[in-house]
Design a protein around this ligand. Structure first.
Ligand code: GLN
Length: 534
């Protein structure tokens, strides 16, 4: 039978609960336990797909096309597993299911209520997630902070669920912040005590506390927290800020988190195989070289908007014992080729990531042009491929004013256009071309060299595509279409063979990169940039 770990957060949001959950997942799986992980997000959006990245950071896409919270990206990267729609539950999706059932008359005349219907649906999602892969342990993280009104149904469902399955089969971990007051040199425990009190007022007594802190927590402070929060002394776990998120599992392991978790759940402690992870962290901590990669995007004020791209660049760096510095460029600040030169003359490579809408597009096109003309290694992701096509059409193939119909419906040369199946779609939620699709890779290309495979699977999230009407003229002018859908109809990868690395793809390789197996296209960019620097 699956055992459950419920992770809640207290005091403030953005505590890194997701990293704690993911790290614990890694530690448990390193002991041979099968682990799955689920995120509960209390907002009313059915999924984050309709939210601006400024609001919620990146939308992470799973193989099955689920548009999910960015924490699922951390989970996949840390646990090295593939998740799906059931691993991300929002209030919106819960209400939607309940309301649809009500409209179908499935409640047989009952008054539909928060308890038992909404809580019942939340509990059923827990069961569905554990049925999917039958893990030894399911970790469920609740987004937001305990005390938020909108999180209450989730907390109440967890309270009920724990009682129903027997308390020996689950545990509650509360992650809180210990603020540090530099003037008095003190760590304050009061907010944690209050937060645990709030959680208890909802009927949940946590078995473990994970304390997020800037400075080490003394034994005396831990004991005090244990006493006032009614938690075993051994279950007050310190989680100090680390330079790299990939150090967190090892730090938590030193604090003996897994031993205590297994003890609480009545599971056997086993020897952990953390050797590969430790070797990776050693490489991360001792880079032999460094390069700077520019990221030219629209949502650069919020780094979380591109978190998978940044992690993928780092992964490719780990492989090469190289530190990757990211230079953020707000593409709308780029108005001229002089501006681009100013921004890009000191970098070793550049990425144009995915995005929506016309703002900043002309700046991105100038970035691509500069990269192509100066043999600066370039990787284009989704919108970054569409920009590469537009730039090539305008500046090499002589199609003046070429554009995507997303940005200019009246362009004379619509080199990127709405996909046929998108033309009659009503509504924006979950209607893009989403999830994993196969792609045929052309031999003898840079893409093939990177993948070393004829057939790959990559995750997508887009409405527009390369317009095949312009295939011939662009190919005649030297652009290579190095990846297509198996029927050959959708261009999936394009490249400019004269440059060392000018490769762009319609899919999102950043969703498949793992620290232990960096994505070939990111490796291609980073290794070319390293060579160029040398
Ligand atoms: N806006 C583009 C499209 O819808 C690109 C999407 C993306 O970069 N994810 O096709």
């Amino acid at each position: 039978m699956t055992k459950y770990i419920f992770i809640t957060g207290g005091v403030v949001s953005s505590l890194g609960k997701g990293i704690v959950a993911a790290s614990l997942g890694r530690l448990l799986s390193a002991r041979g336990y099968s682990v799955s992980i689920q995120k509960f997000d209390p907002y009313i959006n059915v999924d984050p797909g309709t939210m601006s990245p400024f609001q919620h950071g990146e939308v992470f896409v799973c193989d099955d096309g689920a548009e999910t919270d960015l924490d699922l990206g951390h989970y996949e990267r840390f646990i090295d597993t593939n998740l799906s729609q059931i691993n991300n539950v929002t209030s919106g999706s819960v209400y939607q299911t309940v309301i649809n059932k009500e409209r179908k008359g499935e409640y047989l005349g009952a008054t539909v209520q928060m308890i038992p219907h909404i809580t019942g649906e939340i509990k059923s999602r827990l069961i569905q997630a554990s049925k999917k892969t039958n893990p030894d342990i399911l970790i469920a993280e609740v987004g937001g902070t305990v005390g938020d009104i909108e999180g209450l149904p989730f907390i109440e469902s967890i309270r009920q669920f724990r009682s129903e399955i027997g308390f020996q089969n689950s545990m509650s971990i509360h992650v809180t912040l210990l603020p540090y007051l530099p003037t008095s040199g003190e760590l304050k425990t009061k907010p944690t005590q209050h937060s645990v009190n709030v959680l208890r007022s909802y009927g949940i007594q946590p078995e473990m506390l994970v304390l997020r802190t800037q400075v080490p927590v003394s034994k005396a402070e831990k004991d005090k927290i244990a006493l006032f929060c009614s938690v075993n002394k051994d279950c007050v776990i310190e989680c100090k800020d680390m330079k790299s998120i990939y150090e967190v599992p090892l730090y938590l392991e030193e604090q003996k988190i897994t031993t205590q978790v297994l003890k609480t759940l009545g599971l056997k402690d086993k020897r952990a195989n953390l050797k590969p992870w430790k070797e990776m962290v050693e490489k991360i901590k001792n880079p032999k070289k460094q390069i700077t990669i520019a990221l030219a995007g629209k949502y650069t004020e919020l780094n979380d908007a591109y978190i998978s791209v940044v992690e993928s660049l780092k992964h490719a760096g780990f492989k090469n014992s190289a530190k990757i510095n990211i230079k953020w460029i707000a593409s709308e600040d780029i108005k001229s080729m002089n501006d681009v030169k100013k921004h890009l003359s000191d970098v070793d490579g550049v990425v144009v990531p995915g995005g929506f809408g016309v703002r900043g597009i002309e700046g991105k096109l100038k970035v691509v042009q500069y990269a192509r003309e100066n043999n600066l290694p370039y990787l284009g992701l989704c919108l970054g491929m569409q920009c590469a096509v537009i730039e090539y059409a305008r500046n090499v193939a002589g199609l003046k004013g070429a554009n995507s119909t997303e940005f200019d419906k009246n362009s004379e040369y619509k080199v990127v256009d709405l996909m046929e199946e998108q033309k009659n779609i009503a509504g924006y939620g979950a209607t893009m071309r989403l999830g994993s699709f196969p792609c045929k890779v052309k031999r003898g290309t840079k893409a093939f060299n990177a993948y070393k495979s004829d057939l790959i699977q990559e995750r997508h999230r887009h409405r527009f595509e390369f317009n095949n009407e312009y295939k011939q003229i662009l190919e005649e002018n030297g652009l290579v279409i190095s990846g297509t859908s198996p029927d050959g109809l959708l261009a999936e990868i394009v490249e400019y063979p004269k440059n060392d690395w000018h490769v762009a793809c319609q899919f999102h390789p950043e969703f498949k990169s793992r620290p232990s197996s960096p994505h070939p296209l990111f490796v291609g960019l980073v290794e070319t940039a390293l060579k160029r620097k040398k």
